[in-house]
Design a protein around this ligand. Structure first.
Ligand SMILES: [Zn+2]
Length: 470
């Protein structure tokens, strides 16, 4: 009998720090050998001329999340993780949303129930707090942290979600107390509301109004405010979906002051612009997300910051709504204003190929940077390293084998999400994942699902590498 369950032979194995040609031996779902000419496996995969990378971890994903306006997310945990697998991911971290008035503990249990038995790949959860009651912060939060949900996200914008300054302060004090990581969506809600009313009065109600109602200054201001509170409370802070230069400047300002401030960016800020929102009379709604895509100069600022290591991770912020549906993004009838378009775009399947092609293939970042930004840093920051996020002895065999030469044109037809469009329609890329395995089992092949719902397991996370052990 073969010693290994699977051997991936002769591939170029890449980690966040090293690149080497070797064989990978997998047994009982874990990587147990790295070396030249290792023994036989029951299954042999020839990876000659291919790259063997840690499977992608997407730590910013929204699946089957409740909304307050009747819109319905296109992907649940089944379709969302299927789509993620086909795009080279072995793990996602979606959000568990606490609705106002709801118990934090209940909200987490609901999301566990939605996910359980559905996922194609492994998953964890972050907890969104919209109602920071005494019960939520003092009683429930320590419980959910014990249950392996060690990161909390707060919003500074959106009706029914935005926290005021005092609430932000209190959440940070609570996360400090339990050793959880605070993540923030930084945009100034009041300023956006005023800008929206002004645009509507002037008759600018088309999708472009979405971008014009929240220029980068509202993101910059909120980012600065969140950083300042984190400094006051003495907690690390993770700023999600940074969209351009003015905000990067704030992140770097904080880092220069020695503050533990970290950030991510997403494909939409590298490849889309606000002009996409008025590309067509109404179809610009397909590009409505917050923060909105900016302009070419801000795209360059994001690329530059990625290359210089300002961003710790690269995520999709997958938040899919069907376009042609009453519960989706199309602007219609009585609700004829951009403000009714649900915010968010699909991208869990396209995140890695876009960064690989435009980043690695076009020479803007190294392969090792790619691995750090798409897998290793997620595992460290969200408390799963080295079980996840690397190719090392003892780590889970979560592996994506890439063909760096494969040419793929992104179209809605080839994708596996439940959305009815991709914002990246027609984009031609070089490099695509060809085999994706989670704990040694193949879950996707050549961009198509090869696993089954329910194989993916919940990963209980430990303390973030960014959070000090006090
Ligand atoms: Zn998001």
């Amino acid at each position: 009998m073969a010693f290994f369950d699977t051997v991936i032979r002769n591939g170029t194995v890449v980690t966040a720090s090293d690149t080497m040609v070797c064989d990978v031996g997998i047994k009982n779902g874990r990587i147990v050998a790295l070396g030249e000419h290792i023994e036989e496996g029951s299954t042999e995969i020839d990876a000659t001329d291919l790259l063997v990378l840690p499977g992608g971890i997407d730590s910013h994903v929204h699946l089957e999340q409740p909304t307050s306006d009747g819109s319905v997310m296109a992907d649940d945990f089944e379709s969302g993780t299927r789509s993620a697998a086909c795009g080279g991911n072995t793990m996602v971290i979606p959000f568990s949303l606490q609705e106002r008035g709801e118990s934090l503990l209940n909200s987490v249990q609901e999301h566990h129930d939605r996910a359980s038995g559905k996922c194609h790949i492994d998953y964890a959860l972050h907890a969104i707090i919209t109602d920071p009651s005494e019960q939520a912060l003092v009683k429930d939060l320590p419980e959910i942290v014990k249950g392996g949900i060690t990161s909390v996200k707060i919003f500074m914008t959106y009706e029914n979600m935005a926290l005021n300054d005092a609430e932000i302060f209190r959440v940070m004090e609570a996360t400090r107390h339990v050793g959880a990581l605070t993540m923030v969506h930084a945009e100034n809600f009041d300023a956006i509301r005023q800008m929206t009313e002004r645009l509507e009065r002037a008759g600018h109600t088309g999708p472009r109004g979405h971008a014009d109602s929240r220029p980068i200054v509202v993101e910059r201001e909120a980012t600065h405010r969140a950083i300042s509170f984190a400094e006051l409370v003495d907690v690390p802070l993770f700023v999600v979906h940074v969209s351009g230069g003015d905000v990067i400047e704030q992140i770097e300002w904080a880092k220069r002051r020695g503050l533990p401030i970290y950030a991510e960016t997403c494909p939409q800020y590298l490849t889309l612009t606000a002009d996409d929102l008025d590309s067509m009379p109404t179809e610009g709604a397909k590009y409505v997300c917050s923060p909105p895509p900016r302009d070419v100069a801000n795209q360059e600022a994001c690329w530059d910051a990625l290359a210089r290591g300002v961003f710790s991770t690269f995520t999709s912020d997958h938040c899919p709504f069907v376009y042609a549906s009453d519960t989706g993004k199309q602007i219609k009838g009585a609700q004829e204003s951009f403000k009714y378009v649900p915010n968010g775009i699909p991208g869990v399947e396209t995140r890695l190929p876009i960064l690989f092609s435009k980043g690695v293939s076009e020479g803007r970042i190294t392969l090792n940077d790619f691995v750090a930004l798409t897998a290793t840093n997620h595992a460290k920051i969200y408390g799963m390293y080295p079980q996840k996020g690397s190719i090392a002895i003892g780590s889970d065999a979560d592996i994506a084998i890439w063909d760096p030469k494969k040419r793929v044109t992104l179209t809605q037809d080839i994708l596996n999400h439940n959305c009815d469009y991709t914002p990246y329609e027609g984009m031609t890329l070089t490099g695509y994942p060809v085999v994706v395995m989670v704990r040694g089992r193949v879950v996707a092949k050549d961009g198509k699902p090869a696993g089954e719902p329910g194989y993916g397991e919940f990963v209980s996370r430990g303390r973030s590498s960014l959070v000090p052990d006090r």
